[in-house]
Design a protein around this ligand. Sequence first.
Ligand code: CA
Length: 393
Amino acid sequence: MGRCAAAATFILVFLGLNLASAIEDGLLVNGDFETPPAGGFTSANNDNDIVDGPISIPGWQTNGTNVELVSSGQKQGAMILIIPGGTHAVRLGNEAQISQDLKVEKGSVYAVTFSAARTCAQLESLNVSVVPTRASSAVDLQTVYTDQGWDSYAWAFEADEEDVKLVLMNPGMEEDPTCGPIIDDVAVKKMFIPVKPKDNVVLNGDFEEGPWLFKNESLGILLPTNIDEETTPLPGWIVESNRAVRYVDSYHFDVPQGKRAIELLSGKEGIISQMVETTPKKEYTLSFSMGQGGDKCKEPLAIMAFAGDQAQNYHYTPDSNSTFRREGLNFTAKADRTRIAFYSVYYNTQTDHMSSLCGPMLDDVRVWGASSSSKIGLGIFGLCFSILLFFLV
Ligand SMILES: [Ca+2]
């Protein structure tokens, strides 16, 4: 009996620990909306097959009368609805909302990613919030950056509590109450603050730490402006423009270094920046990799780089040996914090899809101070690159 009780206690403790453990990275429960609701999905071929009253979506709580599960092939008027992933998604009409309870680690920062397609509203936006944490943001879905008709977005929050509720809501008030965004593939990822390397004052300069990317996330993830936000889905970095930049992986793009990089979009309307710690009057070098992502981006590709009061643009010339090259500039720090920033000089689109935005790749950003004995010049890049090539060949 004693043994049995001990075993039971062990199991209970084990279960308790399991229940208390925070959410794992990746798709939320039914985050792809492919789990059939009680009674099954409504038929895609029948426009009038509308369910009366509030629907139930496995894993999610819903609020408002305009929440609808939609299927691929389903029409709205003459338009076939776009389903970002798989064959089902949720449409949020006027003031419709879905939410899911998440067990998180208090004090940690989480990135939320989701895919969204527009339907018929003129201005579509999505309110993403976490309660009771005050974090909340309106993500503008008006500009679609790809010709597929949908995009993925990332947003971040810092957990004030262990139990939070993620809420996605369409604040719209359209004449047609069913007009509103189609949401799919909702995922979370706990953010780690990368360790700052000794010889580089840039945090997450290689962009390896960022939001969750699905293996099939061939479009990358848009990082909208976060200048007013306390947290960012890209540790260290601020998207300070109205337009987004794109976070991409090496499975679908040519990435200069590691597995992740940034594709700069929308010309000077897409600016990414970081304030780095510097010593006033000391000389520094900013260096970075720039390249082409292998996504048929129409040339010319060029990056404007800023470091303190220095600014310079760099044109990318294709090289048969590599998809990127190192660039850099020297600057003298004026204060104990210096802004470094990047944007694409041109407003690029893909050669075969004029409506799909693209741009130069940015990766492996470094800033280091020149030692008093030997000032490091730009020639070092050529040397390092030659050494790298030597080892690669
Ligand atoms: Ca990288």
